[in-house]
Design a protein around this ligand. Sequence first.
Ligand code: ATP
Ligand code: MG
Length: 233
Amino acid sequence: MESPAPILSLRNLSKDYAPVEGGTALPVLRDINLEVFAGERLSLMGPSGSGKSTLLQIIGTLDRPTSGTLVLNGRDLSRLSADELAAVRQKEIGFVFQSHYLLPQCTVLENVLVPTLANGDGSKDVGARAVALLERVGLSGRLHHHPGQLSGGERQRVAVARALINRPKLLLADEPTGSLDFAAAQSLATLLLELNQEQQVTLIVATHSRDLAAILGNVCLLRDGRLLKGQHA
Ligand SMILES: Nc1ncnc2c1ncn2[C@@H]1O[C@H](COP(=O)(O)OP(=O)(O)OP(=O)(O)O)[C@@H](O)[C@H]1O
Ligand SMILES: [Mg+2]
């Protein structure tokens, strides 16, 4: 039997940030090689400034590498135009950040539906899916609350539901528990793990938290611009 192709493949990927205010160029990622298969999960650790967010932004097509290739679902992203990249981002990738970035004037349910607006997906189905997702993340009693009326952990759960509404194959999370207390962080970590297992969504999580990394497993460590696999931070 032919072995399955990775959903995500990075080859010799490097990133230098351009000089800022007469400084020198800043090499952040060096020769990163990584293959991630559908349904896998990975925790990305490393000291502050080691490039975790940079790597997630490149994988999430929010930034481009300086050199090397990034193949998502068999497509070489370096060959795509900005519009094509936006479409990939919209359809195939979900993001959860440290800060939830929910729209304060919209309800929980409306926030989850925001990513579907650009699809022109106004079907009844999508509303039902949003409700089901919110139920899944434990917020069926909060559909009509506004973000300001939620706890921090609840806001992050809304952000997770929003990230999944377009059924992405890849879910990227950058310090998703960074603003939560221990109990809320652990509960969000467990939710991410369960969603990865139930929905086969591939999960990459950057975190400083050993607890979160321990729950998710498969730790990769970024150090001096290089990615070390199977490391314990
Ligand atoms: N847009 C930018 N332009 C120039 N340099 C940048 C830019 N973004 C990040 N950097 C630099 O790149 C390095 C890596 O930053 P990055 O945010 O990826 O680190 P990180 O591992 O996510 O850190 P943290 O754990 O603190 O979130 C840092 O030294 C930072 O100063
Ligand atoms: Mg970061």
